[in-house]
Write a protein that binds this ligand. Sequence first.
Ligand SMILES: Nc1ncnc2c1ncn2[C@@H]1O[C@H](COP(=O)(O)OP(=O)(O)OP(=O)(O)O)[C@@H](O)[C@H]1O
Ligand SMILES: O=P(O)(O)OC[C@H]1O[C@H](OP(=O)(O)OP(=O)(O)O)[C@H](O)[C@@H]1O
Length: 215
Amino acid sequence: MKSLRKMINIALPKGRLGEKAYGVFEEIGYGCPSIRETNRKLIFENEENGVRYFWVKPSDVAVYVERGVADVGVVGKDILLEQASDVYELLDLGMGKCRMAVAGKKGGRIDTDCTLRVATKFPNIAREYYRKQSLEIEIIELHGSIEIAPILGMSDVIVDIVETGTTLLENDLEPWEDIVSISARLIANKASYKFLNAPIRQMCEKMNEVITKKS
Ligand SMILES: Nc1ncnc2c1ncn2[C@@H]1O[C@H](COP(=O)(O)OP(=O)(O)OP(=O)(O)O)[C@@H](O)[C@H]1O
Ligand SMILES: O=P(O)(O)OC[C@H]1O[C@H](OP(=O)(O)OP(=O)(O)O)[C@H](O)[C@@H]1O
């Protein structure tokens, strides 16, 4: 007989974070073997374990969860801050650790007499950071390879993710100020958290156990 249990829909970020996060879901009993097959499919489900996974762009995870297409998802805190997503943040997964920082040319410094040109993929985080410092800025929004902007003189600084610091180092830049620490979070849609409360909480508790053991 077919199970009447509702599937939990999970949005996973494609790439470095998603693979790791899926490993944890698998470890706690929400595996979906077909997901390990290399193909271009984006949706995978395992009825037996009651889960359906979607592979989405990391910066889109919170959109799927906010709109309820996914009940839960895994997303970097950077995305949650940037998009001010209206979701519940259930758990710090302790992976995808990095930091948001201001960086500029080696040996340089901020000239407070001029409008500061800030190149970034995170305009809202950058605006909020400089608003608190009452500094006048101009945002130059880019979508990748941000480090190029100050090298070519297009910006004075960048606001970007720093993990190992290698990208800054290899481009003659250095971190000037740390803005916030970042890690991956388990998030839930607000309505799903109400109507699927028991299964989502159970999933969250199991994840917490695994993560605590690993840390
Ligand atoms: N070195 C790093 N660079 C970027 N993100 C990192 C890094 N280390 C950890 N992260 C975390 O991993 C998440 C996903 O990063 P990833 O680089 O896979 O996607 P992305 O390229 O930023 O996404 P998109 O393709 O949507 O622009 C980030 O949101 C961040 O929280
Ligand atoms: O401190 P590091 O370990 O060098 O990591 C930081 C780099 O990683 C990210 O870029 P990503 O690889 O996501 O590419 P992108 O330029 O397309 O954003 C980020 O934007 C930095 O460029």
